[in-house]
Write a protein that binds this ligand. Structure first.
Ligand code: GRG
Length: 321
């Protein structure tokens, strides 16, 4: 990172962010909680991973989280966004990631969860998100990440899954949600992440994609998700993780991006927003802190750019049987 000192650019108010996350969980009647009710599993993953990155996972009751999480599992093996809702591959990955944070994956019936995910693969190698069939490279990443954590990648046709992802590659080096769809930083993370996990990064034109990704940095230091769009803290994750996986992260101005993220903090009440002076939320709080982790900000644990989990958690999974 270039030498801009933290005194020139403000500090991460980590304790306030921890308090913001713990309070958000308690405010069940708030507008934010009500509109997020159906995707509470994602919210829990964002909040708990942020706490772990700040070394404060111990502030939550593991038993409470895990027993609620298990009420979200469906007969099929998949997880829903909350108790009583329908299962979806999106929430299934979040549930597995949360259990990984707590080192509790072994409470799962791994065969059942992995079968749920594997059955969502289609003939052309793509993945549907649930029984209703929507196809998106987000679901390819989720399936591959989830099955890799569960050590069950052999349950799917990896060759076909990779071929489908490669068919979503565009002339600009980026990837879209389906073949021919516009390149978008979020989808690029998914495709590059899936290719990294399956050892298939040779399909990426690293210089071409690196160029497209580093052009996402705007004058103010923040990143956008595609040309002509506004910067947003969440792209600190989608763009930066992709740049790291293809070994081109030195092509952006890291110090300017750190400053942009720190400027999006609510210094009084904690939380991080999409852009300076906007309202904070748990999604941007997570991606801001995760972005700072990728930028090697002091005091934040190192996150794995492909699995979106702290590196110590990923190592624990990979080095245990
Ligand atoms: C484990 C980190 C992790 C992810 C799981 C769900 C998922 C896999 C990936 C989502 C990737 C994605 C598509 C991210 C983009 C999210 C986003 C901010 C979309 C907004 O799109 P637009 O078009 O915004 O509204 P822009 O910024 O283009 O104007």
């Amino acid at each position: 990172m270039s030498s801009t000192s933290s005194s020139q650019m403000g500090q991460l108010v980590a304790d306030k962010h921890v308090r913001y996350i713990l309070m958000a969980e308690k405010k069940k009647e708030s507008f934010e909680s009500v509109v997020m009710d159906h995707l509470r599993m994602n919210g829990a993953y964002w909040g708990l991973t942020t706490l772990d990155l700040l070394d404060k996972l111990g502030c939550v009751s593991e038993d409470e989280v895990v027993s609620w999480l298990m009420t979200c599992q469906h007969e099929s093996g998949g997880f829903a966004g909350n108790t009583g809702h329908d299962p979806h591959i999106l929430y299934t990955l979040s549930a597995v990631q949360i259990l990984a944070l707590f080192d509790k994956i072994n409470i799962l019936d791994i065969g059942k969860v992995s079968s749920y995910v594997a059955k969502l693969q289609n003939e052309d190698g793509s993945f549907s998100g649930d029984m209703w069939g929507e196809i998106d490279t987000r679901f390819s990443y989720i399936a591959i990440c989830c099955l890799s954590i569960l050590k069950c990648l052999d349950k799917i046709n990896v060759k076909k899954a990779v071929r489908y992802i490669v068919s979503c590659k565009n002339l600009d080096g980026g990837f879209g949600c389906t073949p021919g769809a516009e390149s978008h930083a979020g989808q690029i993370f998914c495709c590059v992440g899936a290719l990294a996990i399956t050892g298939s990064l040779h399909h990426v034109d690293k210089d071409l994609l690196g160029w497209w990704l580093c052009e996402r940095q705007l004058k103010g230091g923040g990143l956008n998700g595609r040309p002509e769009k506004l910067p947003d803290v969440c792209y600190s994750w989608w763009v930066l993780s992709s740049l790291i996986m293809i070994d081109r992260v030195h092509w952006i101005d890291k110090a300017k991006l750190v400053k942009f993220i720190l400027d999006c903090q609510d210094l009084e009440n904690g939380g991080i927003s999409d852009r300076p002076d906007d309202a904070v939320d748990i999604f941007h709080t997570y991606f801001g802190v995760a972005g700072l982790s990728l930028l090697e900000y002091p005091g934040v644990k190192v996150i794995d750019p492909a699995y979106a989990l702290p590196v110590d958690v990923v190592n624990r999974i990979m080095f245990t049987k």
